[in-house]
Design a protein around this ligand. Sequence first.
Ligand code: SF4
Ligand code: SF4
Ligand code: SF4
Ligand SMILES: [Zn+2]
Length: 462
Amino acid sequence: MNINYEYYKTTKSICPKCKKILAAKIVFYNDSVYMLKTCTRHGEFFTLIYRDKQKYVDSLKISKPALYPIKVFNNDFEGCGLSCGLCSEHQQHTCLPIIEITDHCNMSCPICLASNHNSYHISLKKFEKIIKNLLKAEGYLDFINISGGEPTLHPNLIDLVDTARQQEIININLSTNGRIFLKDRDLLLKLIDRNVYISLQFDGFDEKAYVKLRGQKVLEEKLRILELLEKHSARTALVMTVINGVNNKGIGKVIKYFLEKNFTKSITLQPIAFANPRFKYDESKVITIPDIVKEIASSSDGVISESDIINLPCSHPSCVALTYLLKLDNGKYIPIPRIIAVDTYLDVIKNRIIPGMETESYKKIKENIYNLWVSSGIQPESKNILKAIKSIMREMIMSGKNPNLLRLFKIAEKNVKSLFIHHFMDAYNLDFSRIMKCCTQYTVDEDRLVPCCIFNNMERKR
Ligand code: SF4
Ligand code: SF4
Ligand code: SF4
Ligand SMILES: [Zn+2]
């Protein structure tokens, strides 16, 4: 390669054309991080993976021990991408299992990570077996994600939800384009009644972005769906796919909306992954976690700064960055990393989607709240912060000695919002050192879990 790069480390990846597993270098060039790999048949690939060298290096310094599954379904490790199961070498448990219950969809987005062949709805029996095996592997689950295709097209969606609700699962998340709710209000109400989290695909307020990402004009429809979700106080997460030069400048407006509304509990920003062959790779469209962090910080009127968004230490730090925001009585939000020490924050958020549910994390949160108490008056906004925390605690205490976890979660959720940036990979930037720590997996079969980035790039039938 005729470029004056600086070598950093070696990993493995695949050829974007023939999918052969290749040795790859992680290198620095122009203050950014690139992956460099060569396929003997298809040549060299030089791919931008992180647009901030220093932040990349710093993020790798933070490491937290993993939580392992109680049971793995494959004991033979043959190499990543070859023996996913999860296998006994995998370095993280399943934080978020994704169950694709159908491959039918009422849209046809060029950027779709799935491939919809309109051929399949999961049977209740298979779904039950998947849940049973997940619980064997995990004991209990903070979240499961029901996805597709478009999961609302499954004719027995409510039966599936009811099956999951009878198990040790705190939250059920439904990833949807939301379209069906405009026609079938009853389905939405049934889901709300069952406390299902509606994860709505929402790419911002600019119609041009929808044409690019979704292949059609859907802004007006999205706004009507949001109105409907708000009207019924549906627990809603916004999921925005971000493409450089297409909708990255619209992030600020989406964050503002997210903070203003009570029904939006969470937001996930997903940098584009060129996993669907219909959406051709184009380096000018690549966006990475630090780009999104900068965009949020520069457009959120000081509410969220760059240092409030921290790389998740338990999956690979290049996969997920996040922050939690506490709502104060005056309606303002304060990022929780400003309230508790960063090290405690990292301990609390590691290994589970719902922070503070484990005894150790809970103790740490309590200690930090105590510190805040004694330093009251020193920290700006500390009085308001304590007031907000007291009101959450009061409500939690009033729930009795043995409240169920969903109830506690819903109390916290009234006052705390979460923001995630999740950078799924494509065949260009696929880094096997990230895969081994993957915490987000598809339930590909009844007893088989595969890291999403392996499945999307190496196994999914396109
Ligand atoms: S990615 Fe994980 S499950 Fe898959 S082969 Fe590697 S270690 Fe095993
Ligand atoms: S991204 Fe979602 S809505 Fe779009 S085609 Fe894929 S499954 Fe359907
Ligand atoms: S799905 Fe991909 S990006 Fe997400 S945690 Fe797993 S490896 Fe990382
Ligand atoms: Zn090749």
